[in-house]
Each structure stands twice: as structure tokens, then as C-alpha cells.
Design a protein around this ligand. Sequence first.
Ligand SMILES: CC(C)(COP(=O)(O)OP(=O)(O)OC[C@H]1O[C@@H](n2cnc3c(N)ncnc32)[C@H](O)[C@@H]1OP(=O)(O)O)[C@@H](O)C(=O)NCCC(=O)NCCS
Length: 177
Amino acid sequence: MTGIEIKPLSASPKLSEALGTMLMDVVAGGGSVGFMHPLSPERARAFWDGVLAAADRGERIVLGAFDDGTLVATVSLILDLPPNQPHRAEIGKMMTRPSHRGRGIASALMRKAESLAIEKGRTLLVLDTAADEGAPEFYERLGYTLTGEIPDYALKPLGGLTATRIYWKRIGGATPR
Ligand SMILES: CC(C)(COP(=O)(O)OP(=O)(O)OC[C@H]1O[C@@H](n2cnc3c(N)ncnc32)[C@H](O)[C@@H]1OP(=O)(O)O)[C@@H](O)C(=O)NCCC(=O)NCCS
């Protein structure tokens, strides 16, 4: 993990491009992050344009991990939830470039997302991940509790259905009542 810099991202054409290239790589490698393979560069970039615009509006925090200035991983902390869930946030779009996996970068991003969620007064995190080719064990190592599994929830990027697993984790102090 030496030399990896983690920081929040805001809208910029260069970042949308870098995030889009990473998304295409991850999807091509079978990563279940909401898209089908092949993903066009235009679609990938447009997706991140929207995500980074939402970050600029304060609806989410998009973290990027950089290795010597090159974007190698990202995760989103989604804060914009219904008014009756002000204590909750969601984790989404967690991905590490295939070339940089297994170095603890995603774990570091998750720890940073959790500490930012605590700073924002959030006490409950929720996420889902594909049962096949997703990352259930990764989240379990980070202390997330499995709620259950929904069968045939989504298509895998290269085809075929997979179940999804829903996880939660309490963070920070007690949930306000
Ligand atoms: C899941 C993912 C983000 C992990 O990225 P990473 O930077 O390699 O993760 P880390 O290096 O922090 O891994 C931490 C630990 O979890 C393990 N782990 C990571 N991904 C795993 C996976 N998919 N399944 C099982 N274990 C996994 C690692 O082996 C490592 O264990 P170790 O500490 O004993 O070495 C990456 O594999 C990825 O981008 N996958 C494709 C997209 C995806 O599925 N995203 C999740 C969508 S919800």
C-alpha cells in the first residue's frame, strides 16, 4: 500500500475518462458492478460524469486511489437517501483495477469510506454484492453481516444470472432515535 494516495473526487473530464477506462477493464474481467460487457467508452464516461456531478452536489462521496498519479481503484459512499433514513449510507461501485488487486487498496478505500460516513453522522452502512464473481468474502473480512441472498438478481457481465447478497455494518456510535 505504500505510495497509494486516497482522495475524494469531483467532476472533471479527465477523471471521468480514467474512471471509465477502469470500469471497462473491470467489467471485461467479469466484475459485477452494474454493467454488461462490452461496455463502450462513451457509456462508461457518461456514467461517471453523472456520478461525479452527484458528488459535487453532496449526494455521494466518490473516493479514488491513485498509484503515482494513476487512478487504480474507487468506491462510492452514497449519502442521498430518503428523509426517514438520515443515519444510513450505502457503499457502491467498489472496484480495483485488475493489475492492482490483492495489495489492500480496496480495504483502505473501505476504511476511508467508513470513517467519512462516521464524520457525516452515519451509523449504518448497507451494500450488496453478486454471489458469483462478486466480493462476499471481501466484505465479510471487513466486518459486514450477511442479511440474505436474493436469487437470480442480476446478469453477470459476460452472461448468466447470479444471486445478490445484502450486507450491513454498524459504524460509529448508537443510531439516533
Ligand atoms: C473486490 C475488489 C474491489 C477487491 O479489491 P482489492 O484491492 O484486490 O482488495 P484488497 O487487496 O483490499 O483485499 C483484501 C482481502 O480480501 C480478499 N479479496 C479481495 N477480493 C476478493 C474477492 N472478490 N473474493 C474473495 N476475497 C477477496 C483479498 O484476497 C484480501 O485478502 P488478504 O488480506 O488475505 O490478502 C476487486 O477484486 C474488484 O474490483 N473486483 C471486481 C469488482 C467487484 O466485484 N466489486 C465489488 C462489487 S460490490
